[in-house]
Design a protein around this ligand. Sequence first.
Ligand code: C2O
Ligand code: CU
Length: 462
Amino acid sequence: MIILLSLFACQPDKEPAATTESAAPEEPMPEVWGVAPAEDHDPSPDVVEVHLQAALTTVEWVEGESTEVWAYNGQIPGPLIQVRLGQTLRVMFENDLEEDETTIHWHGMRISDQMDGVPMIQDPVQPGESFTYEFTPPDPGSYWYHPHVSANEQIERGLQGVLIVHEPDAPAVDKDRYFVLDDASLRSNGSLYGFAMDHMTRMMGRWGNTLLVNGQTSMLTDTVRPGSVERWRIVNTANARPMYISISGADLRVVATDGTRLAEPWTDDGRIEVPIGRRFDLEVIPHLDAETVTLINEVRDGYQWEEIPIFEATVAGDPGPGEPLDWAAPTLPEVEEPVQEVSVTLDAGEDEDGALIWTVNGEAYGDHSEIPVSGNTPTRITLTDASGLDHPFHLHGQFFQVLSREDRQLDRDRGHLDTVMVGARETLVLYTSFDNPGVWMAHCHILEHAELGMMAELVVSE
Ligand code: C2O
Ligand code: CU
């Protein structure tokens, strides 16, 4: 396979471009370790065209057994889509699932609502049909994509992929890696547990019994150079489990999160909470005297923490200077005096049969009223949990900043976010100017909570 690919790569279909007045040939995308990239089918330097196909395939997550999964282009996670800031992305999507309709949502991207992949705007793509998504991502950063129809089932079955919008001015790193953290709920014969929800699942969401990193159940390995500088992008794509990570054998700073590089990167020697849907970009500098650098998934088991290594790199090669880079973050827009107030209260409720459901402002999705807001207006959102559980809250199509919170370190939530953890009975004050008009969802990213109602519809006027 590798031989074939390099043969193609060596076959010039044109003379190597001498410098002429014609458009510059497309520069190759930076190489990113961890997830196989999508092919760009459009030779134009302004457009990246990716072909995605959702279909059944099998993986071996339990030794000797096969698990039927749903995947984009046969891989979990789906292909890494890469664009440079300013390029247009065209995704020609084909639904080859047997009987399920689906969509693709581009988590965190401030694009037109027509391309947001939510069923209230886009009729889901039926089996055998296709749809072309096309947009120009406005913000650099690490993103991911997934269906927005029966997301609790479709994402768990494997439909999830990652996307990077490369900054024009990112400092050069020795290696760029993407780690996709997930879990799956598997029977011992390898099959996925069914999707009917018992009370515990309705309450806590679906917690998997098998951890996955980049779609693998076993630890990933590689080598790193001592004193080099790497960029590790982390996303949590689980249905319900908040992930906690730490790194040994290296210095680490959080240099970007969701859609923004951070003016003041922060450091942590403890564990970093990665809420579902949230991304963290880490600057990782392997210690000169380390033998290995390890990425650890810390799993809570009652009051104990268990450290599960999910990536281990042998430290080898010529030492680098070990100097942190200048990430030169753009300054965030000024927080203006809010002239609009929105309150969002997350809570639990009961349906007519007494089963547990989840609500936003007292209403479950389906039975909800739209929340109208004025666009391009400095707005304060008061976001409260009244249910007594944590909820990773995600807002489509906009960025927000966290102005204050009660339970967790505000420091860790600096930047332009699209997802934030709301602690049990905590109140957060968020700021946004709603500069992207349209119809947008706001929901808990515990997918069972969203499915059982914790999802609202915001209508942002021009
Ligand atoms: Cu990651 Cu509404 O979704
Ligand atoms: Cu929730």
